[in-house]
Design a protein. Structure first.
Length: 445
């Protein structure tokens, strides 16, 4: 089988898309006043259909006004948080060696390009998040008496998102408060969706999942190593070692640290293949990183199966504290734990009303809910960045104008607009610098 088949298919798809767009442009079907418009490499497919639905949704003026005012506050808070994270990340980057530098592929949060975000789950979650983000922009715009010229989808080889095209002239002449409500609506929508999908995932896992045993989950077993010789497999749970209960990672590490090379120890583990607990005596090897310690020949996850379940259900209740639990929930993909599949899915069995369901089907649904929550949170935070042309860029510009108006009461509207425009450009430059810093600086060491 051709090892480059996937790249060849992708290349053919990109070439075919480029030829189709070129042909449409040559025949005059693509242009600013057409239903097909280019937005960078993406094709905007515009329609007036659906605008009436936005009008109907925007009739609830009081509700959308209050909700979007809350959204402005949330966006401002998110802006401060994400910029603070970037600053701390930049400081941390100065301490990294070139070998520790994050891969450049992580600079783009797109499914398929970013190795952390799975392709299928990521695309579905991204499309859902962007579509609802844009629809919320449109509904709030209509509630604020700002026109919507069209809506549609962005197509770049495959559908990559959606858009709602507001009336630029009306957005420009609208008051800052009304304009900011429209800008913050998308951020608010993503945060609300993140909460909704998180609650759905929490309820699903909390009522339907139970760990097979209390111990540390095996992520990898070294071929021909001591653990492999007694049939330990990835997906099993080590519950005891040499008479010590290993309910936590620290207990397991302390038990291993107390052993010596070539010592015979008892290993108690739950075998997912046998669906029962097994006790075996194994002769340890010599630890290559510490030759005075025994070596079992396995890698285990930082979170035990019980801790992983608790993180998916309610991370703020983590024994190490709510902040640690929330961070664990966010970085599950970086630890190769989410999406939950083999071997991590083998740590659990289904209980409750869904106990008879196929575990594979169950985890597909649970993983989708996680990524819907995760991607919407990411979209909300990233769109809050004070970076033109994101929502946060518009909000920051208006925030800067409001501050200037308070301290420079003699300035004209033109002077305020000029100051705000320059402030937003400066903020955009700082954000881009901070983003690039984390990937470039460690590689200069």
């Amino acid at each position: 089988m051709d090892p480059y088949l996937g790249y060849e298919i992708a290349g053919a798809a990109v070439l075919g898309y480029a030829l189709i767009v070129y042909a449409l442009w040559r025949t005059g079907r693509v242009g600013p006043d057409r239903s097909l418009t280019l937005f960078g490499p993406a094709l905007m497919i515009k329609t007036r259909r659906g605008v009436a639905a936005l009008d109907r949704g925007g009739r609830f003026v009081r509700f959308w006004t209050v909700a979007s005012d809350v959204g402005v506050g949330l966006a401002a808070l998110a802006m401060a948080v994400i910029v603070g994270v970037l600053f701390f990340g930049a400081i941390a980057a100065t301490r990294l060696s070139p070998a520790q530098a994050p891969p450049l592929s992580e600079a783009v949060a797109l499914p398929g390009l970013n190795p952390v975000i799975p392709l299928t789950y990521g695309i579905v979650a991204l499309v859902v998040g962007i579509v609802l983000h844009e629809l919320c922009h449109g509904v709030v715009a209509r509630s604020q008496k700002i026109g919507v010229k069209s809506l549609g989808i962005l197509w770049c080889v495959v559908p990559v998102g959606a858009f709602v095209e507001q009336d630029d002239a009306q957005m420009t002449t609208a008051s800052r408060r009304r304009r900011d409500r429209v800008a913050a609506a998308g951020v608010l929508a993503n945060f609300v969706l993140a909460v909704v999908f998180f609650v759905a995932l929490s309820a699903l896992v909390g009522t339907s999942v139970a760990p097979n045993a209390s111990g540390v989950g095996v992520a990898y077993v070294e071929p021909n190593g001591p653990a492999n010789n007694v049939s330990v497999q990835a997906g099993d749970i080590i519950t005891g070692l040499n008479g010590t209960t290993t309910a936590t990672l620290s207990a397991f590490e302390n038990a291993i640290a107390a052993t010596q090379p070539f010592e015979n120890v008892s290993v108690v583990y739950f075998s997912h293949g046998l669906d029962r607990s097994v006790t075996r005596v194994v002769e340890l090897g010599r630890n290559p990183s510490n030759r005075t310690r025994g070596f079992l020949g396995i890698e285990v996850y930082a979170l035990t199966p019980s801790q992983l379940r608790a993180t998916l259900v309610w991370p703020l209740g983590a024994s190490a504290g709510g902040w640690v639990g929330a961070l664990d929930w966010l970085i599950l993909p970086f630890g190769s734990v989410e999406p939950v599949s083999s071997p991590t899915a083998s740590f659990f069995h289904l209980v409750g009303p869904l106990h008879g369901m196929s575990p594979t089907d169950f985890w597909v649904g649970a993983n989708l809910l996680y990524w819907l929550a995760w991607m919407n949170l990411l979209l909300g935070l990233s769109n809050a960045l004070p970076l033109v042309p994101l929502d946060g860029g518009l909000l920051f510009r208006d925030f800067a104008a409001s501050v200037a108006a308070r301290f420079r009461r003699g300035w004209t509207a033109a002077q305020l607009d000029l100051f705000a425009a320059r402030a937003s450009v400066f903020a955009s430059f700082i954000v881009l610098l901070l983003l690039a810093w984390q990937f470039v600086v460690p590689r200069l060491g």
